[in-house]
Design a protein. Structure first.
Length: 260
């Protein structure tokens, strides 16, 4: 299916690896010119070159921390008028809520709530003026099914953003601007490895045992492939997805047990 977005411009955050990279690559395969950000310049440049060679689109790499004002300013200077915005930022470290102080909470809120809000604020009016915009934010399956106690910082901050995005999505939908969130379950990323390593240590198991347990607990019987995630992101950014907005879409291999 032709997604109808060839030639569009996208800003994809935290895209040097993992789910952000998968989203950038999927969009580039549809002919979208992408600006990608990440803190590590070496990995970012390698990803940019990989996408260029695979797709032939224009790829701009901007090294910096998207969770800071300076990082956001640099990204927006390189891509001031994106048609597509993919919000993404690494989550705070896992732990016990009893150990988190005010600074821990503020860092989590800055990264996983305020950063996507500020990026939407900076780009949404341009999308409205052009009568096309697609905003996708990578949050977490924990927002809908908070069953991992050690991820309280991430879950709390991302839940705050989820409420905000629901309000704004209804305000801008009439301008062909959509805002949706993707809620990943277990995907093969560095973030998952860190989470499973923490859980394994707490339970006295090996990381390999923890990975096997997580896969077995998923109805699909496996960990997700980031390319699957990227494909869903690309669809939500497509011309055909203009009637999908304000949604929180789980990609978890069936792990969420509810109907709604």
């Amino acid at each position: 299916m032709d997604m109808g977005i060839a030639g569009r411009r996208a800003l994809v955050c935290a895209a040097s690896k993992g789910l952000g990279k998968a989203c950038a690559l999927a969009l580039a395969r549809e002919g979208v010119h992408v600006t990608i950000t990440a803190r590590g310049s070496q990995a970012l440049e390698a990803t940019a070159e990989e996408i260029r060679r695979a797709t032939g689109v224009t790829v701009t790499a901007v090294a910096g921390d998207i969770t800071t004002e300076e990082g956001r300013a640099a990204a927006l200077a390189a891509c001031p008028d994106p048609d597509i915005l993919v919000n993404n930022a690494g989550g705070p470290p896992p732990g016990d809520f009893r150990d988190w102080d005010r600074d821990d909470w503020l860092k989590a809120i800055d990264a996983n709530m305020l950063t996507p809000i500020f990026l939407i604020k900076a780009t949404v009016d341009g999308m409205i003026a052009r009568n096309f915009g697609r905003i996708v934010t990578i949050t977490s399956g924990q927002v809908k099914a908070p069953n991992i106690p050690t991820l309280g910082l991430s879950t709390g901050a991302r839940s705050g953003y989820t409420g905000f995005s629901a309000v704004v999505a209804r305000q801008v939908a009439k301008h062909n601007v959509t805002i949706n969130n993707l809620l990943p379950g277990a995907f093969a990323t560095d973030r998952l490895n860190a989470t499973l390593a923490s859980a394994a240590k707490a339970a006295g198991r090996t990381v390999e045992e923890e990975v096997a347990r997580r896969a077995a607990a998923t109805p699909a019987g496996r960990i997700g492939d980031p390319d699957e995630f990227g494909a869903m992101c690309a669809f939500l950014c497509s011309a055909q997805a203009g009637f999908v907005t304000g949604q929180n879409i789980m990609l978890d291999g069936g792990a969420y047990p509810g109907v709604f």
